[in-house]
Design a protein around this ligand. Structure first.
Ligand SMILES: [Zn+2]
Length: 206
């Protein structure tokens, strides 16, 4: 079977795919948990558009870097899947506006959900070794893949969207759980009614 997530290292790509937690799961579990805590403890309005973005931010950043920017990257978990990056992000958000802390915590929750597939050297990079191989860029930032830019981008985008290519049944079930959480949330918030859906799209509240 062709390698789904890398044009260079099949074994890595295969293990990457098996341990990947899919976007739907991140969005479903994080949004669901936040909705419940908003009702019972966290009595404050939330912008759910921002919640969704922050729940998947490490994947958005690293997959964009993998697909478009860093030829030597071997997967979609790079700098944005390090604790350092997300703590700095949290600090920056809180410095901008104190009540943004809740959004700044969500990429850390993302790391927690990804934990099974993250090595300690990556999570704590650069403290357990500053080598870029620890953030899945083994040949450094200067590496140029032996393909044209467009070919590489096309390959890597294909790999990113081929999320179920070699995924295990377990990954599929985790993602299905995220989908169920989102469905329950949508039904309870009556997002099938256009005015409510429009409110979510325009101001982010449900
Ligand atoms: Zn991730």
């Amino acid at each position: 079977m062709s390698c789904p997530l890398s044009d260079k290292t099949p074994e890595f790509a295969s293990s990457y795919n098996v341990t990947i937690l899919l976007l739907l799961a991140h969005v479903g579990y994080t949004t669901g948990a936040l909705r419940v805590s908003q009702r019972f403890a966290l009595r404050r309005p939330l912008d759910y558009r921002l919640v969704v973005l922050m729940a998947i931010l490490p994947d958005v950043i690293d997959r964009a870097l993998y697909a478009f920017v860093i030829p030597g990257a071997e997967g979609g978990r790079l700098f944005a899947h390090t604790l350092l990056f997300n703590l700095v992000l949290l600090a920056v958000l809180v410095a901008i506006r104190r009540d943004l802390w809740i959004y700044g915590l969500l990429p850390l929750v993302h790391l927690l959900l990804d934990l099974q597939g993250l090595r300690a050297e990556q999570l704590f990079w650069p403290f357990l070794g500053a080598d870029l191989s620890n953030v899945q860029i083994p040949d450094g930032l200067g590496e140029t893949a032996g393909q044209s830019y467009l070919d590489r981008v096309a390959n890597r985008l294909g790999a990113i969207f081929d999320t179920y290519g070699e995924a295990s049944l377990w990954s599929f079930l985790i993602d299905a759980g995220g989908f169920v959480a989102l469905t329950v949330l949508a039904v309870r918030a009556r997002l099938y009614q256009w005015p409510r859906l429009r409110r979510l799209i325009t101001v982010g509240s449900i």
